[in-house]
Design a protein. Sequence first.
Length: 55
Amino acid sequence: MIINFEYLALFVLLLTALVLAIKQMSIALDEVDIERFTLWTGVASVIAGLPIILW
């Protein structure tokens, strides 16, 4: 039972981090800052790939 809560907490944490990274990508696009957009795209990609890597 505790393990399920740990997975749920990890999932919520990753989902929150992904949403925040996408928000930063949006801000970078609004400011036409390609370097920052590229950085946040990489961060979002790593966050999105973590569940597959950790499995």
